[in-house]
Design a protein around this ligand. Sequence first.
Ligand code: G3P
Ligand code: CA
Length: 327
Amino acid sequence: MKWTRRTAVAGLGGSLLASSIGSKATAEEAMKLKPPQEPMIIAHRGASGKRPEHTLGAYRLGHSLYADAIEPDLVFTKDGHLICRHDRYLSTTTNVADLPQFADRRTTKPGRKEADWFAEDFTLEEIGQLRARTPVQGRKSAFDDTYTIPTFAEVLEEAEFRYWRLFPEIKQPSVAASLGFDVLAALQPFFDRLNAGKLQTSFMQCFEPDFLKSMPKVKNLNKVQLLYLRGPDDWPDMAEIAKYADAIGPNKSALVTPDLKDSGLVKAAKDAGLKIYPWTFRSDDVPAPFKTPGDEYKAVFDLGVNGVFTDFPLAAFNARRDWLKTL
Ligand code: G3P
Ligand code: CA
């Protein structure tokens, strides 16, 4: 028998899936068509509480720990490749400062007070010489200097093979455009895979409304308007957002008032037909008055969110399992 992805998947779970979904559907089709469980668990920068963020190790672990979606943040290299980093500067999440061959790349740029090394000054081959490190003090560093910096192309390949649902965020597209990068062209392979039905339904996030408005229509791709909200006076017009996006992604603190009452943001979003995915939940940084990560998840699940960004997907999975039993 010729060994193909289809036979591999069928061999792994075919009989179980066939019995649960009917004999006509293949395992591959069943996995592709699987709608996301809500509230969705989005592995923020991968399982970044357990592995250096934005590495294939973090993404794979996120999927293994039952995340429904994987979140790559995207920035550009000098030669126009999208790589997975939260920031254009590299000192906090890589070993770049230790590599003598790059000592002269350290420079100062607008938006970062300290001198640093910036992704757009490195070719992809040079980025390949770096290794990832966890930026959060107190988190496991045993995997530092183990993983390379993944490209978005690598992530797309894994996502197609492993049936990951993706939640990519393009970082500062207007800055990227001002540096000469063609952002939409760089994302086209992602759009092509979605249009061809090769990826699970996915979600494109951005803080910049103009970028979301400029996107072409892509099959099975939802658009998420990211928001940083300081208080109710800061809320944008949800009906306006609903004209070009499918969801909002606010900072989680905007869900409640200072005295921890429902701020009404979830209802405002839903009344406008928008889904809502707040960020970021961290088992090693649970805000008062919550005592445990589970308490915090339960509170936001009760508010009616459609999903959560979390550095610790297993904790969110366990909290969702317990919460679903209470319904
Ligand atoms: O994209 C959702 C959330 O990740 C936004 O915050 O800064 O972690 O990208 P950030
Ligand atoms: Ca992000």
